[in-house]
Design a protein around this ligand. Sequence first.
Ligand code: AHR
Length: 619
Amino acid sequence: ISLTVYPTGGNASSPIMYGLMHEDINNSGDGGIYAELIRNRAFQGSDRFPASLEAWSPLNNHSVLTLKKSTPQPLSAALPNSVNVARSQKKNGTLGLVNAGYWGMDASLQSAITGEVFGSVEVPSRLNATATSGGGWVQHEFVLVPGKKAANSNNTFAITFDAADLKDGSLDFNLISLFPPTYKNRPNGLRVDIMEALAELNPKFLRLPGGNMLEGNTISTYWKWNETIGPLKDRPGMAGTWNYQLTTGLGLVEYMHWCDDLNLEPIVAVYSGLALDGAYTPASQIHTDVQFALDELEFLTGDAATTKWGAVRAQILGHTAPWKVKYVEIGNEDWLAGRPTAYDAYKQYRFGAFLSALGEKYPDVQVIASPSVFDGMVIPAPAAGDYHPYLTPDEFVLQGFGRFDAMGRGNLTLIGEAASVHPNGGIGWDGNLMANPWWGGSVGEAVFLIGAERNGDKVIGATYAPGLRNLNRWQWGVTLMQHAADPSLTTRSTSFYVWKLLGNHAIAKTLPVTATSGGFGPLYYVAGKGAKGTGIFKAAVYNTTQPVPVSIRFEGIAKQGAKATLTVLTGPENPYGVNDPFTRVNVVEEKASTLKAGRGGVFEFSLPRLSVAVLETEA
Ligand code: AHR
């Protein structure tokens, strides 16, 4: 195929074309990007997941652990439970409790196998007046510096004490928290290796929080932003929608720090009055949900001196400077739960109530509805939509590539979640999701994303979902990355490489391209200009057994002798090949080469079957 790219025409592309989305699924927050090492640190519970001693065990057979309600003096209203550690016989000796972490700990503390201690610290008792007279809580802070490196992450954390020092032979504990060094050393921060991997993607936005977690299973169990802020002792946690209790230690402010640290545009998703079971807020009450969303935005963006929630932000966080929020999404997948009645309510009053209130108070904010025009739903202007294609690779190519060409210019859309999840020729949602992203699926995603980039003025941006999966407990297999306590298991999936390549060559403006022959397929492509004036060509080859020879020239950008870098991703012969977190086999090959334009400024190369490539000229 022979292509000519013209220097004028085309359209401006979104400056935030690739990004991230996060919800706590697959222990991607607790036990994932949130760096806390202690699992079940505060014995949080809910109707759905009653408080328990999960992950805790007695140090030895003299120690007895009992979960109890800390009455009459709870640590806080939010954290009413604690663990009592008592002696089993009236014998003195060492007592204690042990935490298994999120299936191990990448910290040299104590080997779970041999019991060897790698690091310990003595914490002197500082009983206060109330405590000596029976029952006050005392906070102990300590720094643990391991004296020796552990051989692996099969480690535990233990608190031990001498029963002889106690009047009644027992102690109560709550909020037992331990952090390793975090990304940019944030207190209560994020895991370094995962953040570093995400930074490689060159993301530009974070949809926070996305997914079902925002909605909650029932009308009363949605993600309440105001219960995720402030000191950890004031966060009750919540019943997650993905079968485990959440600490909400990774809360609204931590999401904003994540944005600050990776320079991401926050896409703040607010609760829309619809739960996953299809229940929704009646018209007479919708103003409370709207006010809840307005308060959240005021907390994030309000002036510390003149607004109620801006002052709260400044007082509890010392974060005087407001954040900037340009995008607000109303809910998550409003097209899914409770059709048709919840949809009627969406059309009649739910969405409109949010749209007008936000429009009035924050006229510069781009409001995003949680469905898209592709879900058969109306998106009232000036809102944008949110499209979540979870498809087969063939669907991404056959329906996905041209999707945005056909979409009207007035239908600005976020691609707030996307992934190849089912194999071609299978039974779709009646079958299981694939266990991991696979190479053929990742190339299908590339074709779709190239189609989106061709319409970079109609698309706000795109993100893969879900992003993360803890290999020890998960609900959704196909994720961009997988991880466990041991950082050497952090795995970049086949899709990770595709999204990374596309995300690292940002097109500022698309440019018109003509081809000497044929339409799209088996080569799918987009051309454009980078912010520094480089010529950029992105392509994917799908559904052919043969390599595709390409010659391309960028009129007005690259003359004879100009140089360009061609980066090509290829996978295994078998399109179902995966980057396996357990065998650590990586099937994606990335090759970069420098090309020189020949006569007429033409670059010539050949792209293998099932490949994804980017050519970018030198500035
Ligand atoms: O990404 C997994 C789930 O898929 C999200 O929670 C939901 O929004 C979608 O249906």
